[in-house]
Design a protein around this ligand. Structure first.
Ligand code: FAD
Length: 309
């Protein structure tokens, strides 16, 4: 492709600029993107798409992609939850009106051995500040604080970058002066994968009703692997929350790895529910009297989820 063709494709297909790119480790980043248009009204917890042309460079050390010639001028798009750093440079709660970008928290997927070759993240990790990108104009999703009432206990359980929408929702709860307890737990492999840890430490020191729990499964020196499911069955989650998981006054939000979430399949004719194996958090919570939201039936439960794949 000539330089002119490349420039023409970028001009035509991109509608936003990378205003900040912070690598937290070589495979994890906080990306801020400023759209060319007025940022759409949205709710904490929602998502939009990001896209880059297949013609863009992939970062090194990723699975090799073989691309048919006809696809080279196409754009690959993926969904991303909006994230939030919660505090500004002066450590005050951020104010939306002070900025014009959207924040994303993204992990590099270097290879995928049982599906398609990762297309977008190897290209996102080759970006630099000032580069152009495509952003979806529509911000959407049901994973929001809509069902939460003042005084409710709110429990966020995420894996990896599944923490993104929880950070945005935490920001909103703190801004609203939410009086109920807020527990934000995130399960990662290594502590270097906890991109917002320092911010959560500051928040805990400032807000007595806020707690962040970092769980690592592969950190050397940490002898005990704790998965989110274990945390609930052992009673530790309630201890950390400081109150029982009362189905009437608790909302639980689950985001990230579908195996952690464990969405059940309901047979609407027989009424039989089948839970996936290994046991996911929804099964554990339903055994405790909480109920998952079922979008198709408009049944409103107190366990809400967002699967990343
Ligand atoms: C509603 C929604 C919101 C999302 N928000 C985020 C977000 O905020 N941050 C983010 O990093 N990703 C998020 N994702 C996943 C994202 O859309 C992409 O799938 C991911 O960035 C990988 O893109 P890819 O093209 O490189 O690989 P893909 O071809 O899209 O995915 C290849 C494989 O990578 C694995 N994978 C995908 N996402 C992740 C992940 N986050 N962590 C670990 N493994 C993963 C899965 O095994 C998947 O099959 C979200 C997905 C959905 C549906």
């Amino acid at each position: 492709m000539t330089v002119e063709e490349l420039s023409e494709l970028r001009n035509r297909r991109y509608n936003a600029t990378v205003v900040s790119l912070k690598l937290l480790n070589p495979d994890l980043m906080v990306l801020r993107v400023k759209p060319d248009f007025v940022r759409a009204h949205h709710h904490a917890g929602q998502y939009c798409t990001l896209g880059l042309g297949y013609w863009e460079r992939r970062t090194e050390g990723c699975q090799v992609e073989t691309l048919p010639e006809r696809d080279v001028t196409k754009v690959v798009r993926r969904a991303y939850s909006m994230s939030c750093s919660i505090l500004d440079e002066s450590d005050r709660l951020m104010r939306l009106e002070d900025n014009d970008w959207l924040e994303f928290y993204i992990v590099l997927v270097r290879e995928n051995l049982d599906g398609r070759v990762p297309a977008l993240t190897p290209r996102l990790f080759a970006l630099q500040e000032g580069d152009r990108i495509q952003i979806g104009e529509r911000i959407t999703g049901h994973y929001t604080l809509d069902p939460v009432k003042p005084g409710d206990s709110v429990v966020f359980l995420g894996t990896g970058t599944g923490e993104a929408p929880h950070n945005y929702m935490t920001w909103e709860l703190l801004l609203r002066g939410h009086t109920g307890k807020i527990l934000n737990a995130c399960c990662v492999r290594y502590s270097r994968d906890l991109g917002y840890h320092e911010i959560h430490r500051k928040l805990m020191a400032r807000y007595p009703n806020y707690k962040y729990l970092a769980l690592t499964t592969r950190e050397p020196g940490v002898s005990r692997k704790v998965y989110i499911q274990d945390l609930i069955t052992s009673g530790e989650l309630e201890q950390e929350l400081g109150t029982p998981l009362d189905p009437v006054t608790t909302h639980v939000f689950l985001c990230g790895n579908p195996k952690m979430i464990g969405v059940p399949v309901r047979d609407h004719h027989t009424g039989v529910t089948t839970f996936p194996q290994p046991v996911g958090v929804i099964e554990v919570l339903e055994a405790r009297g909480l109920n998952v939201d079922i979008a198709a039936t408009k049944f409103k439960g107190n366990v809400h989820f967002e699967e990343y794949w």
